[in-house]
Design a protein around this ligand. Structure first.
Ligand code: B12
Length: 572
């Protein structure tokens, strides 16, 4: 039973609606609200598709639905497959503080229970690179229980090093970049027991029958177009299949999580509910900028949803989940002022039409905001942030990273200047009462002087940062190549700089976790201990939020370097 039978002649499979990432008809039905899902019933031949969400940020309340997985899930249901979800991150229900060994046993136990009680036709698992150690153990367990069931890996972890993941993990297929169209074609091939050759956006193992395999790369799938061209024709995340109502909406995010984010993420106000959503994909600075940031994992181009579509989803989430705050997870929500004003106008119009209003928050960039603020000051008009506040914006997040012009250059934070930081953050604090800013220490060229510049600037503009991270190299970023070149990946694993072979790269990934927990790739000429000491000094001087986690609790003396195994240590 597909939408086709509803006479709307939608093609039988979701991927067939798009050519070159552009949707061929906007009126074909799709999953949006919970009610809309009813029109897509499973087909007899449909697959039992199990999506597994691995635990992440285990020391905190589970507060974010894996949006990417729920997009993929929605498409599989639209194509008539039977979707099953095992969300081990939500199932833990509380912060995991002690005995990581016991928690690992619990994770594997729940996985075994699920796979012993039900035999899926295909397993999907997604995540980010810091979940590598967990996902490795979980996929091994899946293969132990059901060796012949294909496992598909998706998400940033898959896209950042697809061949490596196929060589190192017990998986069969990688879905690279955006998964919606690729999963639709892939599940069709698996259902029809056809070869996987030619499915754009995938890599897979071609087994040679003797236990060995060749990796086949089917190339990149065109990105889904922006606004009406594509993103507006995607289903909304199929939230109802994940514990959004029972778990995620209760654990605050963004503005509601400002106080407790780095403590345990617990709610400060039991009656407040929040959810996460997206207004765009990627970042306009993705290519050749911000060397530490991995924003190309959904492809190189920045794309927006149309504001009408965004507000439709905001309104539906309020009525379906009773939330009073929505947090945009975009890498950069306010990148295009014209689009932002269109969104503000749409929210204003919707308030007049239906009385809909809600609080929300998202990411900004200092140079973009500063330019708009200065324009408004000249014309005496309300600033972009005042207009945003008027329609419910309550938190603006910035990756400021540093207040030193030298480091702004060395990390390629193009466009961001110290003056732009002054204007944008000054205005943000004036309008919202605070600015949610993250910084990092340990970038190329970092010195005591550059850290002092950052602290002095924050003091000058009255900024209490959210967090100080240690600059960390992630696969898929420019800094990853630099870290390999400087021998920092090997150093993080062996203590000695040098070339890193694949075993070392794997060990490095096994040790990833919170980038504020350990100095993993110190790009500066300062000793690691001094980087920790400087970070602790900055956190204390400025009253930053992340004072609850080692090594920012002041519980260590600077000379005792924290260059030990990260949160994800071998007890997993
Ligand atoms: C939400 C989020 C988190 C959440 C958790 C997310 C989760 N998985 O549950 C939290 C807050 C816990 C988190 C933490 C961190 N995060 Co974070 N986070 C994000 C954020 C803001 C949104 C992710 C998202 O929803 N993307 C949008 C959806 C559509 O994309 P997607 O999930 O990848 O899904 C698509 C595809 O990848 C694919 N897909 C995904 N899953 C699957 C599964 C299958 C089976 C298939 C077929 C396809 C598929 O299809 C989907 C639809 O197209 C991104 C930035 C961003 N805007 O993307 C950073 C981001 C993912 N995080 C990042 C980082 C660095 C971190 C931290 C290390 C930072 C820190 N503080 O130390 C920590 C690590 C914490 C830890 N202990 O491990 C980096 C990525 C790092 C990397 N190289 O992978 C990102 C990209 C930010 C950046 N620009 O650098 N993060």
């Amino acid at each position: 039973m597909t939408a086709n039978s509803l006479g709307k002649n939608a093609p039988p499979r979701f991927y067939q609606r798009f050519i070159g990432g552009v949707v061929q008809n906007h009126d074909w039905p799709r999953i949006t609200t919970q009610l809309s899902g009813a029109q897509f019933q499973p087909r007899d031949a449909g697959l039992n598709f199990l999506i597994i969400n691995a635990p992440i940020r285990e020391w905190s309340q589970p507060n974010i639905l894996p949006l990417g997985q729920s997009f993929v899930g929605a498409v599989s249901v639209m194509d008539g497959h039977r979707l099953h979800v095992l969300d081990l991150n939500a199932m833990r229900q509380r912060p995991i503080r002690d005995n990581p060994q016991a928690f690992t046993s619990w994770v594997l136990e729940k996985l075994t229970e699920c796979l012993s009680s039900f035999r899926p036709d295909v397993i999907g698992i997604g995540g980010i690179i810091t979940q590598y150690a967990r996902i490795k153990r979980m996929t091994e367990q899946c293969k132990r229980i059901h060796p012949d069931i294909p496992i598909i890996l998706g998400g940033g972890i898959a896209t950042c090093m697809p061949e490596f993941m196929l060589r190192r993990l017990d998986i069969d297929i990688v879905v690279r970049e955006e998964g919606e169209l690729t999963i639709s074609e892939l599940l069709e091939r698996i259902e029809l027991a056809q070869p996987l050759d030619g499915i754009k956006g995938t890599l897979f193992k071609r087994y040679n029958g003797d236990g060995s395999f060749d990796i086949v790369d089917n190339g990149i799938r065109p990105q889904i177009g922006g606004r009406e061209l594509g993103l507006d024709a995607l289903p909304w995340p199929l939230r109802s299949r994940w514990p959004e109502e029972d778990v995620y909406k209760h654990n605050p995010i963004g503005h509601l999580n400002w106080q407790n984010k780095w403590k345990d993420g617990a709610a400060t106000d039991a009656g407040s509910y929040s959810l996460a959503m997206l207004g765009s994909r990627g970042c306009p600075y993705a290519v050749n900028a911000c060397d530490y940031c991995y924003t190309t994992y959904l492809g190189p181009k920045y794309r927006l949803r149309s504001p009408r579509e965004v507000v439709n989803e905001m309104e539906a989430l309020k009525s379906e989940y009773g939330v009073n705050y929505l947090h945009f997870l975009d890498d950069l929500l306010i990148a295009n002022p014209k689009w932002a004003y269109e969104l503000f106008d749409e929210l204003k119009l919707r308030r007049r039409q239906t009385g809909f209003k809600i609080e929300w928050g998202g990411t900004c960039r200092t140079n973009i905001i500063a330019a708009e603020v200065l324009k408004a000051r000249k014309s005496g008009a309300p600033s972009i942030l005042e207009r945003a506040y008027e329609v419910g914006m309550r938190q603006a997040g910035y990756g400021v990273e540093t207040g030193s012009p030298t480091i702004l250059k060395s990390i390629d934070k193009s466009g961001q200047t110290v003056d732009a930081i002054r204007v944008a953050i000054g205005e943000t604090i004036r309008v919202f009462g605070y600015a949610d800013c993250s910084f990092m220490i340990g970038s190329p060229g970092e010195t005591r002087e550059t850290v002092r510049e950052t602290v002095e600037l924050c003091k000058e503009i009255g900024l209490a940062p959210e967090v100080f991270f240690f600059t960390t190299a992630y696969p898929g970023t420019t800094f990853w190549q630099l870290a390999l070149k400087k021998g920092l990946v090997a150093k993080a694993v062996t203590g000695k700089p040098g070339p890193a072979d694949e075993d070392m790269i794997e060990e490095y990934c096994m040790r990833l976790g919170e980038q504020g927990d350990a100095v993993r790739t110190n790009f500066s000429d300062l000793p690691d201990e001094e980087i920790v000491e400087l970070s602790w000094w900055a956190v204390k001087e400025l009253g930053a939020q992340n004072v609850y986690r080692h090594p920012h609790t002041g519980d260590i003396e600077p000379e005792r370097s924290p260059l030990v195994r990260g949160a994800n240590d071998a007890s997993l």
